[in-house]
Design a binder for this molecule. Structure first.
Ligand code: BES
Ligand code: MN
Ligand code: ZN
Length: 500
C-alpha cells in the first residue's frame, strides 16, 4: 500500500473513492464534507438526515454519486463522539475505511484527514498509515492457486488537502507511519510462520537480513558457543530438540560508545509443546506464536535501523524449541544460568523465563541504560488481563511511564503489574537459588520476579504479551493470527528516548 499527498480541493477531483471521516451526531458537516455534499447534490446531508449513518465508531457507508463533478464514490467513516476521539480511535476508523474501500474493488482511496484538535497532524497521518496497512494485512504465504493472491488489493492511498502549509508535518507522519506499519506487518509475517518453517535458524536468517540492510553487527551463538558461555537456561530447554538453538544478538550503532545504550530481549520459543510437562493437545498449535516476543525485538531492530535512531540499541533473541525427548530437561533438574544463579526446574513448560534470564544476563555486558524484555510468558497474564492489555512490570518508574506513554500512542494497551518482594520469596527453592515456578497464585508476577532477580542493578521492564501477541478473532485493524504487538510501541519509545 503506497501513500501520497495531493494538494487540491477534495470536492473538485473525480476520486474513485473519497473517504470522509464524520463524528457521531447531527452537527453540521465538517468544512470539506460540506463542500463535497454540495458537489454531489446534497447526497451527504440527505443520508445524515435519514439517520442511515449516525457516525458511530467503526461504521462505514459507501455512496455512489451520479453528479457531473466530484468524487465517483463517497465513503463515510464514523469516528464516534467527537469529544471521545482518540488517536487510536482514528487508527481504527482508518482501518475500517480501508477495508470498506477495498470492498469497492477500486484499488485506491483518497482521504480527507479529520480536522481535530485532539491529535497533531503528523500523529494523525502516522495513525492513518498504521490503521489502513494493518487492517488490510493478509497472510497468504501458504495458500496456493487463485487463493495465493489478493483479489483486489488496496494499492494507493492519497491524502487530499487543499492547504499546503501542513505539508511538512503530513510527510513526516506518513514516513513514520510507513516504518511503524511495516515493522508490525513484518512481525505478523514472521509470527504467523508455522513452527516447521519458523525455526530458530529461520529467526537467525531474518536477523541476518536486518543486519545487512542497516549495517548492524550480528552475532549468532550456536549450541557449542552457549555451552562455552555457560548459558544453562536456554541450553536446558534446548536439550529436548534436534533443531539447533540460536542465541541472536543484533547491535545497532555497535561500538559507538558515546551513544546511550538500550537493550531489548525477546523470548524466541519457536514452538512450545511444554516439554516433559507436556501441554494438552487442544490449542497446542497456537504455541507457534510463542516466538512473538523475539519477533517483536527483531522487527523493532529493523525499524531502528531504517530510522537511524541515534542510540546504541542491542536486540537479543534466545531462540529454541521446547520439546520432550529422551534427552529433554526434566522436572527436578537444576541448571545454572549465565548470571550464575541456580534454578530448579519444577515445570518444563515454564521455559520462557529459562532463556530470558540468559538473555538478560547477556544484555548486562553492554552496560545498557535499561533493559526491556518482551515475552509470551504466562497463561496467568491472559487470565489477569485477557487480550485487552499486555502486562507491564518494571523496577523503574521513569521507564515504566515512558513505555506506557509510547503504548498509548500506539494503541497497544499495557497495564502496570506489581513486583512485590513476596513474589521473589514465592520462587525460592529448597535445593537451588530459585525454582522456575511459584505455583498458580500470581503466576505472571512470580515469572517476572525471576527475571527481576537477573536484571538486578539495571533499570528493567518486562512486557508479558501472552494475551496480546495473537488473536483468534478479527478486531479493528488486527487480523486473526499474530498481531505484531510491540514494535510500534518500542519504536515510539526509542524515538522519544533519542529526543526525536
Ligand atoms: N508460552 C507459555 C505461556 C502462554 C500460555 C502464552 C498460553 C499464551 C497462552 C509459557 O511457556 C507457559 O507454558 N507458561 C506456563 C507456566 C507455568 C507452567 C508455571 C503457564 O502459563 O501455564
Ligand atoms: Mn511453556
Ligand atoms: Zn512458552
Amino acid at each position: 500500500m503506497d501513500f501520497y499527498v495531493a494538494h487540491r480541493v477534495p470536492a473538485d477531483g473525480e476520486d474513485p473513492v473519497l473517504v470522509l471521516f464524520l463524528p457521531e451526531g447531527d452537527g453540521p458537516l465538517p468544512r470539506a464534507a460540506a463542500a463535497v455534499d454540495e458537489a454531489v447534490g446534497g447526497l451527504l446531508s440527505r443520508v445524515r438526515k435519514s439517520g442511515e449513518f449516525p457516525g458511530k465508531a467503526r461504521e462505514t457507508l459507501v455512496l455512489h454519486s451520479t453528479a457531473k463533478r466530484g468524487p465517483r464514490r463517497v465513503l463515510l467513516a464514523g469516528l464516534g463522539r467527537a469529544a471521545d476521539l482518540t488517536l487510536d480511535g482514528f487508527r481504527r476508523a482508518a482501518g475500517a475505511a480501508a477495508l470498506a474501500a477495498r470492498g469497492t474493488r477500486a484499488g485506491e482511496m483518497s482521504i480527507v484527514l479529520p480536522a481535530t484538535d485532539r491529535a497533531p497532524r503528523d500523529a494523525l497521518a502516522a495513525a492513518l498509515v498504521e490503521g489502513a496497512t494493518l487492517a488490510a494485512y493478509e497472510f497468504r504465504r501458504h495458500r496456493t492457486g487463485d487463493d495465493a493472491v489478493a483479489e483486489a488489493p488496496l494499492a494507493r492511498v492519497t491524502v487530499v488537502e487543499e492547504e499546503t502549509s501542513g505539508r511538512e508535518a503530513l510527510d513526516r507522519g506518513l514516513a513514520l507511519g510507513r516504518v511503524l506499519a511495516d515493522a508490525a506487518a513484518w512481525a505478523r509475517d514472521v509470527g504467523n510462520t508455522p513452527g516447521n518453517e519458523g525455526t530458530p535458524g529461520f529467526l537467525a536468517e531474518r536477523a541476518r537480513e536486518i543486519a545487512s540492510e542497516s549495517g548492524m553487527r550480528l552475532t549468532v551463538l550456536e549450541r557449542a558457543d552457549m555451552e562455552r558461555e555457560g548459558m544453562g537456561g536456554i541450553l536446558g530447554v534446548a536439550r529436548g530438540t534436534l533443531e539447533p538453538p540460536k542465541f541472536i544478538v543484533l547491535e545497532h550503532n555497535a561500538g559507538k560508545e558515546d551513544l546511550p545504550c538500550i537493550a531489548l530481549v525477546g523470548k524466541g520459543i519457536t514452538f512450545d509443546s511444554g516439554g516433559i510437562s507436556i501441554k494438552p493437545a487442544e490449542n497446542m498449535h497456537e504455541m507457534k506464536f510463542d516466538k512473538c516476543g523475539g519477533v517483536a525485538v527483531l522487527a523493532t531492530m529493523r525499524a531502528v535501523g531504517r530510522l537511524r535512531i541515534p542510540l546504541r540499541v542491542v536486540g537479543i533473541v534466545p531462540a529454541t524449541e521446547n520439546l520432550p525427548s529422551g534427552t529433554a530437561y526434566k522436572p527436578g533438574d537444576v541448571v545454572r544460568s549465565l548470571g550464575g544463579r541456580t534454578i530448579e526446574v519444577l515445570n518444563t513448560d515454564a521455559e520462557g523465563r529459562m532463556l530470558l534470564v540468559d538473555g538478560i544476563a547477556y544484555a548486562k555486558r553492554f552496560k545498557p541504560r535499561c533493559i526491556v524484555d518482551l515475552a509470551t510468558l504466562t497463561g496467568a497474564c491472559v487470565v489477569a488481563l485477557g487480550d485487552a492489555a499486555s502486562g507491564l512490570f518494571s523496577t523503574d518508574e521513569a521507564l515504566a511511564s515512558a513505555l506506557l506513554r509510547a503504548a498509548e500512542g500506539s494503541g497497544e494497551r499495557a497495564w502496570r503489574m506489581p513486583l512485590y518482594a513476596d513474589y521473589t520469596e514465592q520462587i525460592r527453592s529448597d535445593v537451588a537459588d530459585f525454582k522456575n515456578t511459584g505455583g498458580r497464585p500470581a503466576g505472571a508476577c512470580t515469572a517476572a520476579a525471576l527475571l527481576q532477580a537477573h536484571a538486578e542493578g539495571t533499570p528493567w521492564a518486562h512486557l508479558d504479551i501472552a494475551g496480546t501477541a495473537w488473536t483468534t478473532k478479527d478486531r479493528d485493524y488486527l487480523r486473526k493470527g499474530a498481531t505484531g504487538v510491540g514494535p510500534r510501541t518500542l519504536v515510539r519509545w526509542l524515538l522519544a528516548e533519542a529526543g526525536r
